[in-house]
Design a protein around this ligand. Structure first.
Ligand SMILES: Cc1ncc(COP(=O)(O)O)c(C=O)c1O
Length: 450
């Protein structure tokens, strides 16, 4: 028999933890940010509201795998900027290079020698592509979508239910009663996004094929593992079959590795010998300095060059002023040569395995029908039975009130995990003792809830 956690104990625990939280953050609670309306709703960025706290702690410093706030609270950081700092905060190799670049200009609209180096470094780590630099993975996905539509002359893309590819209108859709609709809650979206996108369930090749047959699909865009609902792993050979199917219907395959770069050196695609037509990576690719990259394989880049030769003159609508700036290239190169190393990935994987095993033990000890999923350095506990097959199952598995209580309980005990789902990352500079403490804190929180 499994234990269940009742809503009354969740609420009581959360309220008690809020009292502790307020006591532990007197300076943050009285800060300008939290007392006045200088930022809309107190948050400098929308997503920060997801911490579900009455006010946010103000961060003083982040170094390696630790982050501290103005009230002198220290946290072992397993959120790591929601992947932006997956390799640790301010890696020395990157901050040293940045110090040099800082007196050589921030933005030129012209490349430097570093740009050429970055291309070579990207190819060494991810395989042979022709690259473009963007500021965010959202931008990179948006541009990838534009070029697949341009080259194929087809209008629609196919994405999966439960996906997230950034602030990209075309992908902010979901399945409702088996129909593609605008995702619930979109602000100010006036277009029917189903005109340009169809949604399928992950791991459902039959449904995907029928959609490819019926629609004019330019590309399938996916993460190799759904990471933005509760994590969903691909069935054995699902991705290989998906790529073949996509090509059979003359569509392109775009792989978004923004999160799954956690998988190992070169990302999930390289680890599993997948060959996407386009590849997108963002967040930690330059150790958290605003950067993203998108690459096109040989076949696609030739098709894109031909398209460009035949296209009418005028703005392409691809690119932004600040992308491909020298700060990005300096941090990209330092990250790709000194931070993204096989040795670092080995350390990350070892630590993540330790965390996975530890959390599973605590779940079993507390007789809960929960499960843990790991993709390289990325670990998530899911407060429902698993494994999950698709986005619909993943969205049902999500338990917002329970998760928010666990997050706060962990935070008050000095362990920070992502406010989105129950995501934890192991950096190359995460210590074993921090992992042990997280496991111990997880147990302590559960003891309070059961
Ligand atoms: C898989 C994936 N792609 C793209 C993005 C967009 O990244 P950004 O917010 O840095 O543009 C995200 C953000 O969470 C993501 O999870």
């Amino acid at each position: 028999m499994f234990n269940t956690i009742n809503p009354i104990s969740i609420n009581k625990f959360y309220q008690d933890e809020l009292i502790h939280f307020k006591k532990r953050h007197p300076k943050s609670s009285k800060s300008k940010l939290n007392l006045s309306n200088i930022f809309f709703n107190k948050y400098p960025m929308n997503w920060m509201a997801d911490w579900s706290l009455p006010f946010l702690p103000l961060i003083q410093k982040a170094q390696g795998s630790q982050i501290s706030d103005i009230d002198n609270n220290f946290f072992d950081d397993f959120c790591l900027g929601d992947t932006a700092s997956m390799f640790g905060h301010s890696p020395k190799a990157v901050s040293n290079i940045l110090k040099k670049q800082l007196s050589n200009g921030f933005a030129y609209m012209l490349p430097s020698h570093d740009a050429a180096e970055a291309g070579v470094n990207l190819n060494r780590v991810f395989g042979k592509y022709q690259w473009q630099i963007a500021n965010t993975a959202s931008d990179a996905n948006r541009f990838a979508i534009r070029v697949v539509r341009a080259v194929s002359g087809k209008s629609k893309i196919l994405v999966f239910n439960g996906c997230y590819h950034g602030a990209v209108d075309d992908t902010l859709v979901e399945l409702k009663k088996n129909k593609t609709v605008n995702a619930q809650g979109l602000t100010g979206q006036v277009y029917d996004l189903s005109k340009g996108t169809v949604v399928a369930e992950f791991n459902n090749l039959q449904q995907i094929e029928s959609l490819l047959k019926k629609n004019n699909i330019a590309a399938v865009l996916t993460e190799p593992v759904l990471t933005n609902c509760c994590m969903v792993l691909p069935d054995k050979n699902f991705l290989e079959k998906l790529i073949k199917l996509t090509h059979r219907y003359n569509a392109f395959f775009v792989l978004d590795e923004t999160h799954t770069i956690s998988s190992g050196y070169g990302g999930y695609g390289r680890q599993h010998k997948l060959k996407p037509d386009l590849l997108v990576i963002g967040k930690c690719i330059a150790s958290g300095i605003t950067s993203a990259v998108w690459g096109m394989n040989d076949r696609f880049s030739k098709l894109y060059s031909n398209y460009l030769k035949s296209k009418k003159e005028g703005r392409s609508g691809i690119g932004t002023t600040l992308s491909a700036n020298p700060i990005q290239f300096a941090s990209l190169n330092a990250t790709l040569t000194k931070v993204i190393t096989k040795t670092n990935y080995k350390k990350m994987e070892l630590g993540a395995k330790k965390l996975e095993i530890g959390l599973n033990k605590i779940i079993q000890k507390n007789k809960l029908d929960w499960h843990v999923v790991r993709v390289g350095a990325r670990v998530e506990f899911i407060c429902s039975p698993g494994p999950l097959k698709n986005g619909t199952e993943a969205l049902k598995a999500h338990k917002p009130k329970l998760e928010r209580a666990i997050h706060l309980g962990l935070m008050n005990r000095g362990t920070l995990i992502a406010p989105f789902h129950n995501m934890m990352l192991i950096s190359p500079v995460t210590y074993d003792k921090q992992i042990n403490k997280l496991i111990k804190n997880f147990d302590a929180v559960l003891q309070n809830l059961i």
